[in-house]
Design a protein around this ligand. Structure first.
Ligand code: AHM
Ligand code: MG
Length: 339
């Protein structure tokens, strides 16, 4: 995917994709189909989220997922909707979802499809019942194995540097799809009356400085010294930083992407690898951050340089503006390794 022309606000997502891929040698249209399928899933999930209270979609199913977390009714709806939207167009061979223990087979024995998609179908789902902002996070790899043969775990257990695109949908006061590719990061807002995404945030760049820091301070007693020292520093009055934490990664990340700052969910003495998942939370958002001029680490190394070992690996995450993430990383990397 090579450099694209500048896009005017109001450009539809479809027009943006067609113009972008026109300048990409060897493009077959598969990638456009895939993004359109993700956008369709986003429209369906957004509509259901907006009517959740009326449709009796608040609350849990009474079950727990592979992570041992309570499954919400909307988690199930979002996962099923996302998988169905991607199933039938022949662009995807395998999907790895937070809600499924194993990789999800797409099409006939994973033989067709050029892309592998990782997804957190409904991130921040503990916020559903209180009408706070939630989202869908996705990452896209081009398969390593040959098209026409069965996809395998080697197509997804790989470095974050192999991502070809990533992004998220945020269901807040409006629904926005943020899409990152080699040509940068662009945001598209859904006009629910027209049923179309329009370019509303062209060429997003993370602002400098640290106007906002986001961390769950309830975990502070279990932090390592580097984390404690970093948070002490960002709270110094001279920094003029504000603390904001929703507990919904998409919402916390999106705000800091637009306004500047840092989000961290470090490992601690109870959870050495923190809470967030590598393949479908940290990798995609790290890709977005880097394409927008920001950065993401696990407190030691760049998130995108890590290699997934299992489908549901967890990782500490520090993400946001480049300088502030580097500052946190230099303090945190002096901490002894947690096991
Ligand atoms: P989820 O994918 O099951 O919703 O869990 C991940 C969420 C993130 O969105 C958020 O950053 C984090 O959990 C909040 O965790 P905590 O409540 O420990 O602060
Ligand atoms: Mg999540």
């Amino acid at each position: 995917m090579s450099a694209t022309p500048q896009f005017e606000e109001g450009t539809t997502l479809d027009r943006y994709l067609i113009q972008t891929m026109r300048s990409s040698p060897g493009a077959t249209g598969n990638f456009i189909d895939l993004i359109q399928s993700i956008a369709l899933a986003g429209k369906l999930i957004s509509s259901r989220v907006n009517r959740a209270g009326l449709l009796g979609m608040f609350g849990g199913t009474g079950e727990t997922n592979v992570q041992g977390e309570f499954v919400q009714k909307l988690d199930v709806y979002a996962n099923t909707t996302f998988l169905r939207a991607l199933e039938h167009r022949g662009h995807t061979c395998m999907i790895v979802s937070e809600e499924n223990e194993g990789p999800v087979q797409v099409g006939s024995e994973w033989h067709s499809g050029r892309y592998v998609v990782t997804v957190d179908p409904l991130d921040g789902s503990s916020n559903i019942d209180v009408n706070a902002t939630i989202g869908t996070i996705f990452g896209i790899f081009r398969r390593k194995s040959e098209e026409g043969s069965a996809a395998d775990l080697g197509d997804v257990l790989r470095s974050g540097r192999d991502l070809v695109a990533a992004g998220y949908l945020i269901y807040g006061s409006g629904t926005v799809m943020v899409l990152a590719m080699d040509n940068g990061v662009h945001g598209f807002t859904l006009d629910p009356q027209v049923g179309e995404f329009f370019l509303s945030h062209p060429n997003i760049r993370v602002p400098d400085g640290c106007p906002i820091f986001s961390v769950n301070e309830a975990n502070a007693s279990r932090w390592q010294p580097g984390v404690t020292e970093f948070v002490r520093r960002v709270k110094e009055p001279v920094r003029k930083s504000s603390g904001r934490y929703i507990g919904s990664l998409v919402a916390d990340f999106h705000r800091n992407l637009l306004k500047g700052g840092v989000f961290l969910y470090p490992g601690d003495t109870r959870n050495a690898r923190g809470k967030l998942r590598l393949l479908y939370e940290a990798f995609p958002l790290a890709f977005v951050a880097e394409k927008a001029g920001g950065y993401a680490t696990d407190g030691r190394v760049a998130i995108l340089d890590k290699v997934a070992e299992t489908l549901h690996d967890r990782t500490p995450l520090v993400i946001g503006g480049k300088a502030i993430v580097e500052e946190a990383t230099s303090l945190m990397s002096a901490d002894p390794k947690l096991t």
